[in-house]
Design a protein. Structure first.
Lengths: 630, 213
């Protein structure tokens, strides 16, 4: 009877309630369109509506009461109710007002002035609501989540969300915050080109060195990967987080507006002009010419455009992407001819001029046999499955931008260079320059340029609680860590005293903690129940880990226990197993504590045994001596 | 030594190369990544980069082999393998993967590898003044190459310089290998400096090439 305990293989932790694990989804949250996919048993499936459409326009329309609709219906309202509709918010994630691109001096968004105490992130006025891009993206994500739930017939609360590889820390954090508002746990932020490579590698068996050219609605990325036996190693990446199909629309709209009689434009006129330009662009990917009308105020004008003129308008932008491809190829220490294949991703790669220039640079016809609009979502779904169910494949990604800090004279000192594999941590030592100094300001920067002003400001940190010493005596070690999502964290310690300095982060364009808390509170979708459920899930994972550990220890070292001790432990184990099946989180915590207490002696005996066996045959006196010297 | 909180027992265990597994609380060897008893991932510890990636301590590293060791370790320890585990396991896997990346980045590149090998010897083992750049011949060579680069007017001219620098780098690496084998640290330090200058120069030729194309 002493063997009623369930024994698990070491390392294979039991998943309590594996029955209630839901499929995690993959979301490609695009500038213009979003796509959701799900994968089970390595078979990815893109979710489609009744008409078979996978693309959900990333456009949202708000009603005065705050309710909203997302997708094609919202986009249809663009022309009628432009003040209630907003699109392309991805371009504003983690951005300030100065980053927003205007058309003929007018912004395509209604921007709210920054209020006292607010973080620097841009805020929009939509249908009279003052909204951050994070909130708007969160609402889009919750609509996508709802669609997936309808399709799958179960709750969806975990996802892999893709982001442009060239997204900086601010934009990544903003994306994760948006998911939090939508009640989605982000399993991983995966770079879009890497997700696309995963889809190609698994579906088409692509092996070798490939380039992924990803030109979407608002962002451009190029990544070079080595794909080999299930490992997807990013060698180098680069891009422009503000270059995409939207910019082609801008170029066409500018061209049309120049042909018109000058009149004063408002935000709605600008949105309309951009919409018309987009239609013209899409048409010119297939046709050689066309004519479009632009109705602004009471004045309608007609505009002809042929492909040659269109090409001339967008040529400088396409050339810019080609220059970036060259730099990235060099960063990977390769020649364009050494790249085995080029994968095209993103709707804007349908433009003939783009294809032409890419083939010319790499000297081969690019691949687009997986739909360029859907391939990223497919990769995200595959990765979501890999993270939750397990997998033989592994994505090894890099930092897209160098990370540094501001030094004297507004110069940047690089701490983590671009294309460093993540996760990564690097430490930098600082000292004080006045006697008794207890605080220090650090300014973190992301970018490649030498001067602070030419790069992106990520955050300012205040190191507080430095023990007062004479100038130059303190040794403050600041560690910058970038995790597998590409997100930065900072920790600081004073080395001579071991005192940990407190790091207060003020993100330059993010949302500060109070704002986030307030939004979470306001978000009806993220109710208290969800929170409680998540905490319960976490304590179950922890209990499972604990049970697995005790069970493994018993298998190995049961002989160290008396029968009575064994029975006692077994009873507590049984109790923890039982309460883990229930929903009482406090009971789980309490049973876990009891198990800890019940196994304390056992642990000591095991350590004793382990040390004795490690020391067997070693001169114990010599070791003791070494210890006292230590 | 460790902080004042360390008990004599813990110290003894530490000296024997054994720590307590954070998960099953049993003994676990300092140098392994997973507890042999319960399978829980362990903290990365202080192993040097060669030991961490299972390589012999030498300047001559087979890059293919290095890659395979690196991939094998990441296959097991990367945070993607712990996405649904407890917070502690997630954090330890991140630390492990960070340490593996650090080792890989250092050993992959000959100059960083040479620097690291010298660092491992400790400051006391270094010949005096070996980090000073007082090699007149090297300084002259560098200045001449810089001037030649500045005067280049075509991409082809830059190419010639770039090829020359690449060849010199290759030669440098071959010589470094011999010096490390012979234990000539002073010579290795000098050559390291030359390699650093040559690498800088190739970077500059790249920039120049971009300007000219």
């Amino acid at each position: 009877m002493a063997n009623l305990l369930q024994i698990h293989e070491p390392g294979e932790s039991p998943t309590p309630h594996s029955g209630d694990t839901h499929l995690a989804i993959g979301i490609d949250l695009g500038t213009t369109n979003s796509v959701v996919a799900v994968s089970s048993k390595n078979k990815p499936e893109v979710l489609r509506d009744e008409d078979g459409k996978a693309l959900v326009p990333s456009v949202i329309a708000y009603a005065p009461d705050g309710s909203f609709i997302v997708g094609g219906l919202a986009r249809n309202l663009f022309l009628e109710r432009p003040e209630c509709v907003v699109g392309s918010v991805k371009r504003l994630m983690g951005r300030g007002v100065e980053d927003v691109k205007s058309l003929a001096g007018v912004l395509p968004f209604d921007i709210e002035p920054q209020a006292e105490g607010e973080s620097g992130m841009v805020r929009l006025n939509v249908a009279g609501h003052k909204l951050t891009p994070v909130k708007i993206s969160g609402d889009i994500l919750s609509a996508l989540k709802e669609r997936a739930e309808e399709h799958l017939g179960h709750v969806v609360d975990q996802a892999v969300i893709t982001v442009p590889a060239y997204f900086d820390d601010g934009a990544r954090t903003a994306t994760k915050d948006a998911a939090k508002l939508a009640g989605i746990e982000v399993l991983r932020l995966v770079n879009e080109p890497t997700a696309a490579a995963l889809a190609y590698g698994l579906d088409k068996g692509a092996e070798g060195t490939y380039a992924v050219y990803d030109l979407g609605g608002g962002t451009f990325d190029v990544s070079i990967l080595r794909m080999e036996k299930g490992i997807f190693q990013v060698l180098a990446t680069g891009g422009d987080a503000a270059l995409g199909g939207d910019d082609f629309d801008h170029a066409i709209a500018e061209h049309f507006l120049k042909e018109r009689v000058k009149g004063k434009l408002n935000t709605s006129d600008v949105k309309m002009a951009l919409m018309t330009a987009r239609l013209a662009k899409e048409c010119l990917s297939d046709e050689n010419s066309g004519e479009w009308s632009l109705e602004i105020g009471n004045d309608t004008s007609r505009h002809k455009l042929d492909r040659t003129t269109f090409n001339a308008l967008i040529n400088p932008l396409v050339e810019h992407t080609i220059d970036i491809c060259k730099t990235v190829t060099e960063d990977a220490n390769l020649l364009p001819s050494e790249i085995k294949g080029v994968v095209l991703v993103g709707g804007s790669t349908r433009i003939p001029l783009v294809r032409e220039k890419v083939s010319k640079l790499f000297g081969k016809d690019p691949l687009s046999d997986i739909n360029p609009d859907e391939v990223v979502a497919v990769g995200a779904a595959l990765q979501a499955e890999a993270l939750t169910v397990g997998s033989d494949t592994l994505l090894l990604d890099v930092t897209p931008l160098s990370l540094g800090i501001e030094t004297m004279g507004g110069m940047v000192e690089k701490i983590i260079p671009r294309n460093t594999p993540i996760p990564v941590a690097k430490a930098q030592e600082f000292t004080t320059y006045t006697d008794g100094q207890t605080a220090m300001a650090v300014h973190a920067i992301q970018g490649e340029r030498e001067m602070v002003e030419d790069n992106r400001s990520l955050a300012r940190f205040e190191l507080l609680g430095i023990p007062p010493m004479t100038a130059g005596a303190a040794r403050i070690r600041v560690t910058f860590s970038v995790d597998a999502d590409g997100l930065l964290t900072v920790a600081a310690t004073e080395d001579t005293t071991g005192i940990e300095a407190e790091v207060a982060v003020k993100p330059s364009y993010g949302i500060n903690e109070e704002e986030m808390a307030e939004m979470l509170y306001d978000s009806m979708k993220y109710a208290k129940d969800d929170m409680e459920e998540r905490l319960l899930a976490e304590s179950r994972v922890e209990a499972g880990r604990n049970l697995n550990a005790v069970s493994a220890a018993l298998t190995k070292d049961k002989h160290l226990l008396s029968e009575a001790q064994f029975v006692e432990i077994e009873a507590v184990v049984h109790q923890l197993e039982e309460v883990t099946k229930g929903i009482d989180r406090d009971a789980i915590t309490e049973a876990a504590e009891q198990l800890e207490k019940a196994t304390k002696d056992f642990a000591e005996k095991r350590m004793d045994q382990g040390i004795r066996s490690a020391l067997r045959g070693v001169d114990v006196d010599a070791l003791d001596e070494q210890a006292s010297k230590g | 030594m460790d902080g004042p909180d360390t008990t004599a027992e813990e110290q003894k265990a530490h000296n024997a190369g054994v720590i307590a597994c954070w998960s099953c609380k049993g003994p676990v060897s300092l140098v392994i990544a997973f507890c042999e008893t319960c399978g829980a991932v362990q903290p990365p510890g202080q192993a040097n980069h060669f030991i961490r990636l299972g390589l012999e301590r030498s300047f001559d590293v087979d890059v293919e082999g290095l890659d395979q060791h690196y991939f094998d370790m990441q296959r097991h320890l990367h945070p993607d393998r712990f996405a649904t585990r407890s917070a502690q396991e997630k954090s330890l896997s991140q630390q492990q993967a960070t340490a593996i990346n650090d080792a890989y980045e250092t050993l992959k590149e000959p100059l960083k590898r040479a620097d690291y090998l010298v660092d491992l010897l400790g400051a006391d083992a270094l010949p005096e003044g070996c980090n000073l750049v007082n090699d007149q011949a090297l300084l002259m060579e560098t200045m001449e190459l810089r001037e030649a680069l500045a005067e280049c007017e075509t991409a082809q001219q830059v190419d010639v310089l770039s090829t020359r620098a690449q060849n010199d780098i290759k030669g440098c690496i071959e010589k470094l290998s011999k010096l490390f084998k012979d234990g000539d640290i002073e010579g290795a330090c000098r050559l390291k400096t030359r390699l650093r200058y040559l690498k800088k120069l190739t970077e500059e030729t790249r920039i120049q090439q971009m300007k000219l194309v």
